[in-house]
Design a protein around this ligand. Structure first.
Ligand code: ADP
Length: 162
């Protein structure tokens, strides 16, 4: 039928990551992707082998706060393979950001793998805006560990006291 969107036609994208913590770089990527998809699920991957600086609850709470006014953005967590999680939630797209050539080399392999495992799952890449291309969760963690002020790297409304 013309004009009505059935649930199966919904363009759902998953934006997977650790988001330890969520930065302004992540935020701008999601905001730029909002017009492209009917729904974006920011999905925090849980890897039991990995040590995180911030608790899962804290990371979720921050992201929910940032997108409080964005009705098509949801936050979730997952433990399985990213591609299997996408199938479970009916997402045919993955959203990822590219900051530089090393992101590209890494992401290229992962996206080809996800297309195989996820049965044609497409990864959509957005190139970082220049003013955010040096933003990363790693930098924020280093600043915090060193006693500095991470606020220039964080979305408005997120405060990490040092
Ligand atoms: P991971 O745990 O997979 O490394 P991250 O939480 O570091 O995940 O990042 C998730 C995604 O966000 C990745 O695609 C990464 O390239 C992208 N990203 C991170 N920082 C930025 C930024 N400043 N600009 C654009 N994309 C970014």
């Amino acid at each position: 039928m013309v004009g009505t969107k059935m649930p199966n036609d919904m363009k759902i994208a998953v934006f997977p990551g650790s988001f330890d913590p969520f930065t302004k770089g992540h935020e701008e990527l999601v905001r730029r992707a909002i017009p492209l998809f009917d729904k974006i699920i920011i999905a925090i991957g849980i890897n039991s082998q990995k040590k995180y600086l911030f608790s899962l609850e804290q990371r979720m709470e921050w992201i929910e706060k940032v997108f409080d006014n964005a009705p098509t953005v949801e936050v979730d967590t997952y433990e399985k393979l990213t591609a299997h999680y996408c199938n479970d939630v009916g997402a045919k797209y993955l959203l990822r950001g590219l900051r530089n050539a090393s992101d590209f080399d890494y992401e290229k392999t992962i996206s080809q793998l996800n297309a195989m495992v996820g049965d044609g799952l497409e990864t959509v890449f957005l190139i970082s805006e220049p003013q955010y291309s040096h933003f990363s969760s790693t930098i924020v963690r280093e600043i915090i560990k060193g006693g500095g002020d991470p606020s220039p790297f964080l979305p408005r409304g997120i405060e990490i006291k040092n």
